[in-house]
Design a protein around this ligand. Structure first.
Ligand code: NAD
Ligand code: MLT
Length: 312
């Protein structure tokens, strides 16, 4: 029996080694398909492996009459219609911790770049402008970092921020006083966090409850001059409200890795000198890409050989 696997987003070659090694697995890698082309191609495949680019919609799932397992080489499964997959008896697996470290490191890189205006200063210097006055930053030491969403990445960011001598206050519906105490952070409601933070970083999934969690009202309760980081998902922060809050001076800096629409089409936020950005690079390290691809590849091999997976 042959198990046919379609890989529709670029995955690390080292990471898919477990699949290449497995007997009876036929791998097809086609990473530039339009949604229409993917719809025409999917028939006959037993497994589909994606990163974040491929949108696994109900329409696609309905065309995939042989599909048994979808592997998401990353954390967020918001590009997969889970309801449709479940209705069709398709298992969805992800790689929940393969990129935690990379995402936390990227968050810290964004926090420090924003606080010290490094991208803006480099941009000026590259334009042969030796300007030392415009790029005065702020220290992190003794500042308060508010972490909204205290899961794997939120906790790793908090540990690193404490290394920078920051105070950390976190909000997560599953965080208890006991756990916060053990991890050496303060905790409170989302409002408590937003009121006291000098820097706010969000690390929740994008859900109905977290869509525009950081909106006009949220900005209003924050400190004047607050700085914001989003290395989680576009849409957790309302981009229009952020634009207004930066324009008005309420928000002194924003560091964004993710956007409401990706690839980005509305570049308005980037017209603001206070905003720095990367194109969804949080998990883009060799280590993380190998790790997430290994995780989902092993799940597919496990499903093919034993009928079960480690996480689903
Ligand atoms: P996780 O599941 O370990 O943590 C998410 C946390 O959010 C959980 O503790 C959960 O209780 C909490 N949460 C849920 N709803 C909440 C709410 N309404 N308010 C506050 N907290 C809430 O996930 P993780 O691995 O830490 O990843 C977090 C996010 O980062 C995900 O959206 C993931 O897709 C994204 N991510 C982005 C990149 C990137 O490349 N930029 C890389 C990895 C992960
Ligand atoms: C994730 O959810 O794991 C991230 O967005 C990383 C990615 O897939 O690029």
């Amino acid at each position: 029996m042959t198990f046919h696997v379609l890989i529709s987003d670029p995955l690390s070659e080292e990471g898919i080694y477990p699949l290449r090694q497995a007997n009876g697995v036929n791998i097809v890698m086609e990473t530039d398909l339009t949604p229409e082309q993917l719809g025409e191609r999917i028939e006959g495949f037993d497994a589909l492996l994606v990163r974040s680019q491929t949108q696994v919609t109900r329409e696609l799932i309905e065309k995939a009459s042989n599909l048994k397992i979808i592997g998401r080489a990353g954390v967020g499964v918001d590009n997969i219609d889970l309801e449709a997959a479940t209705e069709h008896g398709i298992i969805v697996v992800n790689a929940p911790d393969g990129n935690t470290n990379s995402a936390a490191e990227h968050t810290m890189a964004m926090l420090m770049s924003m606080a010290r205006k490094i991208p803006q200063a480099f941009h000026a210097l590259r334009n042969q402008n030796w300007d030392r006055k415009s790029y005065v930053g702020v220290e992190l030491k003794n500042k308060t970092l508010g972490v909204v969403g205290f899961g794997r990445i939120g906790q790793e960011v908090a540990a690193r921020a404490k290394g920078q001598r920051m105070n950390v206050i976190a909000y997560d519906p599953f965080l208890t006083a006991e756990k916060a105490d053990k991890l050496g952070v303060d905790f409170g409601s989302v409002e408590d966090v937003l009121k006291v933070a000098d820097f706010v970083t969000v690390h929740t999934p994008l859900l109905k409850e977290t869509k525009h969690l950081i909106n006009k009202e949220a900005f209003e309760i924050m400190k004047d001059g607050v700085q914001i980081i989003n290395c989680a998902r576009g849409g957790i922060i309302d981009e229009n409200a952020l634009y207004d809050a930066v324009k008005s001076g309420k928000v002194a800096g924003a560091a964004l890795d993710v956007f409401e629409q990706e690839p980005m089409v509305d570049f308005r936020l980037l017209d603001l000198p206070e905003v720095i950005a990367t194109p969804h690079l949080g998990a883009s390290t060799f280590e993380a890409q190998e790790s997430v691809a290994v995780d989902v590849s092993m799940d597919v091999v496990s499903y093919f050989t034993t009928g079960t997976v480690r996480n689903s």
